[in-house]
Design a protein around this ligand. Structure first.
Ligand SMILES: C[S@@+](CC[C@H](N)C(=O)[O-])C[C@H]1O[C@@H](n2cnc3c(N)ncnc32)[C@H](O)[C@@H]1O
Length: 189
């Protein structure tokens, strides 16, 4: 997988360069998200928050294959509504479907019926729910060769443990990136 170390910042669109400069939360992984989104036809994101990753993924959709990003976020934070407004103003909302629900209320069948090329999970501890359950549900959307990226594996060692536990029976390749909050990457084989 190409990492931010192999992607020159000058190759990124100015919107993504600005998001990186803000150095908020997941910034070391924004070049990777942009490059992965360019290649994808369908993407699933869990957690919009202030919209840094959402905007980056949408720029990748715009500049690449014109893919569709589905983001699940229950919309409780004012910053998320502001992010949605910014996304409209940036003209990238045509690549976006925002599903305003509790992720854990989404039935397993929904994930099975919506296969994706890329999953990005960034909802923190979410009221104490396990990362194993987050990964398990999202894995139902993975096709062979699709990747699932789990943010915060350094910030939250239990998240890393849960990811290991999930892949232990096999069927996945695994990599890690350890900048800032950390990223676990699994690829379905
Ligand atoms: C850390 S923020 C996401 C940050 C974002 N990826 C970014 O780059 O700015 C986590 C988001 O997940 C949402 N969230 C947490 N638990 C959730 C749940 N169970 N269902 C839906 N959204 C949830 C929160 O409201 C918040 O907007």
């Amino acid at each position: 997988m190409s990492g931010s170390d192999t992607i020159s910042e000058t190759d990124l669109p100015v919107e993504v360069q600005r998001l990186i400069e803000q150095k908020g939360n997941c910034w070391p992984y924004l070049p990777l998200l942009y490059e992965e989104a360019k290649k994808a036809e369908t993407i699933l994101e869990i957690g919009v928050g202030a919209g840094r990753s959402t905007k980056t993924l949408l720029c990748g959709c715009r500049d690449g294959r014109g893919g569709l990003l589905r983001s699940i976020d229950w919309n409780r934070a004012p910053a998320t509504r502001e992010a949605a407004e910014n996304i409209r103003n940036m003209g990238i909302n045509k690549y976006w479907d925002w599903i305003q629900r509790d992720f854990f209320d989404m039935p397993d069948e929904w994930f099975t019926k919506h296969p994706v090329d890329l999953v990005w999970i960034d909802i923190g501890a979410s009221a104490g729910r396990s990362h194993y359950e987050m990964v398990r549900k999202c894995s139902l959307s993975l096709k062979t060769g699709s990747r699932l990226l789990l943010h915060n594996i350094c910030h939250n060692p239990q998240a890393r443990q849960d990811l290991f536990c999930f892949i232990e029976p096999g069927g996945y390749e695994h990599e890690e990136r350890l900048e800032l909050n950390g990223l676990g990457i699994i690829t379905k084989i």
